[in-house]
Design a protein around this ligand. Sequence first.
Ligand code: ZN
Length: 420
Amino acid sequence: MVRILDTTLREGEQTPGVYFDAHVKLAIADYLERLGIDYLEAGHPAVSEEIEEVVRHMSSRHANLTVAAHSRNLREDVDRAIDCGAGFIGIFYCVSNDRLNGVFGKSLDHAIEQISGVIEYAKTREPNVIIRYTPEDTVRSDFGNVLRAAVAAVRAGADIISIADTTGHMVPGTDRSMFEFVRKIKGELESQGLGPMIAVHCHNDRGLALANALDGYRAGADIIDASVLGLGERAGIVDLAQLLVTLAADFPEENGNRWDLELLPEIYELVSRYSRIPIPSNFPITGANAFTHCAGMHTHAVTKDPRHYHSLDPSMVGRTTEICLDHMSGSASIKHALGRLGIHADNGIVDSVTAHVKDVGRKGRTVNEEELVFIADMYLDNRLLHNANQPKTRERPRTIRIPQNVMSENEISTGPPMYR
Ligand SMILES: [Zn+2]
């Protein structure tokens, strides 16, 4: 069963301009625990006393997940992580020839000796702590170096080897395939009698982070890293909601009902608010338009059965199919929207209202329920505002919602208005 590591609070804070106060970090962690993720990467305690305190606080507060702390390949970093009570330490050290020679001025043998020494030290101090070793920029480093370092790390006590696509370099189906990389390193380690968990950390520079993570998963990766909104360096990493929904919907035998997915919209709004990174309206799963239909033919079809234009059920994340009224609307969607408001109009009126809505839409606006009543009233000669079952909402909805279950014509025309 694949495990999920959320790194919104560590990788996510590497997004330019993003900073979460300690109390916000704890609130986000509370949500992620309720969502059901396995590991929560809380930060690097050596970076600041505030992060150290947050890791300490979370480690005692969140009993249903394991709090992970980042650590350089240094004993003092390991000491700080263990002293905070972190149950998981992520140690990173690059083993590419370019970096070893050009930046560190060290030989591979020397680097491996240091990595093994720090891991052995951590396991001696706290045998139960989970140790992950990451050869930074794994997929672009010399494979022989990565393998030698991984073997030494596992022999020293590392539980997890993380395959980092640090620059979003991998492309599925090519010779830069995460599927092939994970399969190859697992095979090499197994041939030496070693079976660590394999993690994949995929950056999204080419927009392929989720595809690469799924490639790794299909090849047997045990852990996938993700963050809310895909926050992270540059173009970020795998988006948590897209990952969880895809795993639950498309690999249901292993992953169905593992996570409380209905919490995702709330979590995304919270993280978006405090990171000041807006959720793009066309973002899969959590974007405002992710389950909204505008085109007339589409709306006509989804009022019969939402599955005509959905491959995912929006109720998985507590959402519903929505119909947007604008320049793309057809008479079917107008008739449907009027029906939900309890307004019964003949075809001539519906056509007039449709033309009027299209005119408004061409100005770059959408028409909500309140405005639809005003438009319909104009063509019904003011009878509507005095007599009809018009909505009396405080906050007017932007779109017309329909439930996900298949509706009959009768339900469409007589059902009560639904508000956001
Ligand atoms: Zn990263």
